[in-house]
Ligand binder design. Sequence first.
Ligand code: ADP
Ligand code: MG
Ligand code: MG
Length: 254
Amino acid sequence: MSVLEIKDLHVSVQTDQGVTQILRGVDLVINEGEIHAIMGPNGSGKSTLAYTIAGHPKYKVESGSILLDGADVLTMTVDERARAGLFLAMQYPVEIPGVTVTNFLRTAKTAIEGEAPPIRKWIKDVRESMAALRMDKSFAERNVNEGFSGGEKKRNEILQLELLKPKFAVLDETDSGLDVDALKIVSEGVNRAKENTGLGLLLITHYTRILRYIKPDFVHVFVNGRIAEQGGPELADRLEDEGYDRFLTPSNVG
Ligand code: ADP
Ligand code: MG
Ligand code: MG
C-alpha cells in the first residue's frame, strides 16, 4: 500500500519585492487508489503545491515534509521523483523541440523502469492508449507540445499517465480549456489508471465540472496557502452552488 504524505508544508517564493510566503502549513495524506480534489480560488497556492511536489527550483520549502512511502521526496531530484513513482502534469506544459511524443515517452519509460521496454510491446501499448484517448496515430510523430492545442496537451498528459504508470499523479487544472467531449475522454483515462494500477491522484481544479466525471474520494478547499476545509464529494456540490465567497473573509485574504 503506497502513501504520499505532505506534512505542515511551508513554501515561499523569491520575488522582486522579497520573499513571499505562499504555502502556510499544508497537511495531506493520499493513499494508493484515492482521488483527492484540491479546489480553491485563484491565487490560493494550488499550483505552488503542485510545483513544490514536482521539485520546481523557484519554490523554496521553508519547513515541513513530503514523503512517498516514507522516503523524503524533497531531497530527490526531479528525475528521482519520477522514478519513485510521482507524475506531475503542469498547468503550462513545455514544448520540447525535436523530440517526438513516441521518443519522449519511451525515454521517460526507460528512465523510470531502469531498462527500455521491449519495442514491439511498447508500440502496441502506445497504440492502445492512443486509441483509448481517441488520438490520431500521427500524433505520436509530432514534437512534444509543439503547436499542440489545449485539448491535445491534456490528452498527451493522460497518455503519459497511462503509459508511465506512476503511483501518484498531480494534475493541475487538466480541465481548463477542454470541451465536454475531451473532458470525458481525459476523465475516462484517469479513471482507467485508477482502476488498472491503483493510481493515487491529486486533482487540482478551480471548477467542479471535471468532478462529474472523476469522482473524488475527498475534497479539500485551499484558501490562502492552506486547506481551509475538507470533506467528501458533497463539498464539491456545495462549492458549485455557493462558490468560494464564504472562505474569502478578510482574515483569509493574504
Ligand atoms: P493558484 O494555482 O491557486 O491560482 P498559485 O500557486 O499559482 O495559485 O499562486 C499563489 C500565489 O503565489 C499568487 O499570489 C501568485 O502570484 C504567487 N506566486 C506563485 N508563483 C509565483 C512565482 N513564481 N513568482 C512570484 N509569485 C508567485
Ligand atoms: Mg491560478
Ligand atoms: Mg494554478
